[in-house]
Design a protein around this ligand. Structure first.
Ligand code: GLV
Ligand code: MG
Length: 306
């Protein structure tokens, strides 16, 4: 059974050590949030951040948002403690755990088993906690198909541009800048992630763009991954929300056209459910494949409330 997919057009990164951002985040117009215990938190603030995140999960009104906590990666000493503390104290308040720097299928098996144990211990519905896996290095990318298939908990695969470009020695200093020196070296990565996610009925999410006030750059990056079928993108600052929501909301004209195609196709469907095969519609040949494309766009429009 595929897991239910929550909209994740905008995914707000919230540093788990920032009381101010943890208080502000529930009121922002984003589909999803992740409360971060990893790279946005200084090493000596990590233990305290767990307590702040647990408190925020209980005290904030997060209704209407997909809520995730990013724990430290599986090779870090405190990673298991992050998972145990968050799920034991607030497992009923989160939709998923986000695991960064996933490099091996064993990382996924480890967290899948641990989550199962914690769900049993705390009387949570088995399998209720999903997984968001960040692919941000060459090893993870090389094994991404198996990683994506390794747990039925998978909600999203996420592209992590900062760590990925650094691991690959791609010469850029702006996290999330996909167009480097007139080339688009990340494009094959986007394709692989999108295929691996879709093959496992999961969503695929683009990571951050660091130029907070470079709205043209942000829009370019978001439109780029949208073209690969990505479902959404992180935002690091409230100023980025509007652009990303806009890019990942289906174009109303496209949704309307999809609805017209569905209506035209229904008209050509006989009472017995058969079709006449390809038919001409507004100057284009439409057939069963067009029908499926139209259903995909119309469904995205409905999810976005159009
Ligand atoms: C996100 O984790 C990144 O590395 O860009
Ligand atoms: Mg990273």
């Amino acid at each position: 059974m595929p897991r239910p997919q929550r909209p994740r057009r905008t995914v707000l990164a919230v540093p788990g050590s920032s009381r101010r951002m943890l208080e502000k985040a529930p009121g922002l117009d984003v589909d999803a949030v992740f409360l971060d215990l990893e790279d946005a938190v200084a090493p000596d603030a990590k233990a305290g951040a767990r307590d702040l995140v647990v408190a925020a999960l209980h005290e904030g009104d997060w209704s209407g948002k997909a809520v995730t906590v990013r724990v430290n990666d599986a090779t870090r000493p405190g990673a298991h403690r992050d998972v145990v503390e968050i799920v034991s104290r607030a497992g009923d308040r989160i939709d998923a755990i986000m695991l960064p720097k996933v490099e091996h299928i064993a990382h996924v098996h480890w967290i899948d088993v641990l989550l199962g144990q914690l769900e049993r211990e705390h009387d949570l519905e088995p399998g209720r906690i999903g997984l968001e896996l960040i692919i941000e290095g060459p090893r993870g990318l090389a094994d991404v198909q198996r990683i994506a298939a390794a747990s039925p908990r998978l909600d999203t695969l996420v592209y992590g541009p900062g760590d990925f470009t650094s691991a690959m020695r791609i010469p850029t200093l702006t996290v999330g800048d996909t167009s480097i020196g007139g080339h688009d070296p990340i494009d094959p990565v986007f394709s692989q992630l999108a295929v691996a996610a879709r093959a496992n009925d999961a969503q695929v999410i683009d990571g951050p763009y660091a130029g907070i006030h470079d709205f043209d750059g942000l829009r370019r990056a978001a439109e780029h991954t949208r073209a690969f079928g990505f479902d959404g993108k992180w935002v690091l600052h409230p100023a980025q929300i509007e652009v990303v929501n806009e890019v990942f909301t289906p174009d109303p004209a496209a949704v309307e056209r999809a609805e017209r195609i569905l209506a035209a196709y229904a008209h050509h469907t006989s009472a017995a459910g058969g079709t006449r095969g390809a038919v001409l519609f507004e100057g284009e040949m439409i057939d069963e494949a067009t029908h499926r494309m139209a259903r995909t766009i119309a469904a995205a429009g409905h999810r976005a409330g159009l």
